[in-house]
Design a protein around this ligand. Structure first.
Ligand SMILES: *[C@@H]1O[C@H](CO)[C@@H](O)[C@H](O)[C@H]1NC(C)=O
Ligand SMILES: *[C@@H]1O[C@H](CO)[C@@H](O)[C@H](O)[C@H]1NC(C)=O
Length: 334
């Protein structure tokens, strides 16, 4: 065998060996879609199984429809910047230390909505290729409001701004039963985010808690808002219908009573004062008939005492009869 022949033979052996090993090893990426929220860092896991070193391999990450088409181009142990798509500049890395274990996973920093899609990892020399799905989500909390509230119905509106991918909106009552709502209005903004809104008309019932739930199954995210609608139940309304007039009537009666009582008291006082004045006049007439000075003096004193007592009596006792009787006695004693 010539030395050149021997060399060719050795090369052939090596190539065959490499191909055999490569054929035994398979490139596997996660079959489950990878979900990331916008702004997160995310790893797209791919590896050779059984593990063989990919340290000296050209590892390519790409995505269909991308131009320039390379997301990450790894050759001779480093990233080739020149043919990387600018939207991924400084946002990707391979785990260089892991390549020897056949781990060719790629990390993407600060995930964007535009990063979502199907990624391919390619090991050209091994004729290996595998794909992996990345889903990037954006979520927001819905806001719910009452837009109409009459005797029969309540109309509620729910809006949630800034979702990706497009979410769905459902309404539930307090017990978790699905309510039938109108169609969801969807608007896609210039930032690619979706704004969804929905209205529902509900009857007034004992349960007046309603839930607006916005959900996106691809990113396994749900956000909901509870709204409490203070509803007067029919029994409440009946109570108000009955109680209100009763209250008004009672109030009217009380007011009338107070006014009447005051008026009566005033009349009584006036009458008593009149009577008292009349009696004073009578006493003075009586006095003029008395001759002796002493007697007159005594009588005058008595009369004064009598008047004072009468006034006191009037003040202290509201019982007119008693006062009159006392006065009678007093007059007799004179
Ligand atoms: C590959 O490396 C990444 C980063 O260290 C690690 O998270 C991942 O689990 C590794 N995958 C395998 C299959 O070892
Ligand atoms: C979705 O999220 C819930 C909780 O947030 C979790 O329990 C569930 O396992 C997730 N499902 C999937 C398919 O990721």
């Amino acid at each position: 065998m010539l030395p050149s022949d021997r060399l060719s033979f050795i090369i052939l052996l090596i190539v065959t060996f490499e191909v055999c090993v490569a054929e035994q090893s398979e490139l596997i990426c996660s079959h489950q879609p990878i979900v990331a929220m916008a702004g997160d860092d995310v790893i797209l896991p791919c590896y050779l199984d059984p593990p063989i070193s990919a340290s000296s391999e050209t590892v390519v990450w790409t995505k269909p429809g991308l131009d320039p088409k390379y997301i990450h181009f790894h050759r001779d142990g480093r990233l080739i910047y020149d043919n990387q798509n600018p939207s991924y500049n400084f946002r990707t890395r391979l785990f260089v230390d892991e390549l020897q274990n056949g781990n060719v996973s790629m990390k993407i920093f600060n995930a964007k909505i535009s990063d979502a899609g199907k990624y391919f990892c390619i090991l050209e020399s091994m004729l290996e290729e595998a794909s992996i799905q990345l889903t990037v989500g954006v979520i927001s909390t819905p806001i719910t409001e009452v837009i109409l509230h009459n005797f029969k119905d309540i109309v509620l509106r729910c809006e949630s701004k800034g979702w990706y991918p497009e979410p769905e909106v459902v309404w539930l009552d307090g017990e978790g039963n699905l309510l039938s709502a109108g169609p969801t209005e969807t608007v896609r903004g210039p930032d690619d985010l979706y704004t969804v809104s929905s209205r529902v008309t509900v009857e007034k019932r004992h349960s007046n808690i309603f839930i607006c739930r916005v959900q996106q199954k691809d990113i396994n995210q749900t956000r909901e808002t509870h709204i409490y609608v203070p509803v007067q139940s029919s029994s409440d309304r009946i109570r108000i219908i009955i109680i209100l007039p009763v209250c008004i009537i009672v109030l009217f009666i009380i007011t009338t009573l107070i006014i009447c009582t005051k008026r009566n008291q005033k009349n009584e006082t006036e009458q008593e004062e009149e009577e008292g004045q009349q009696q004073d006049v009578k006493t003075t007439e009586f006095l003029t008939q008395i001759n002796t000075e002493d007697e007159r003096q005594k009588t005058l004193e008595n009369t004064e005492r009598c008047s004072v007592q009468r006034r006191r009596l009037k003040r202290s006792s509201s019982d007119g009869e008693l006062g009159a009787r006392r006065e009678l006695e007093l007059r007799k004693s004179l």
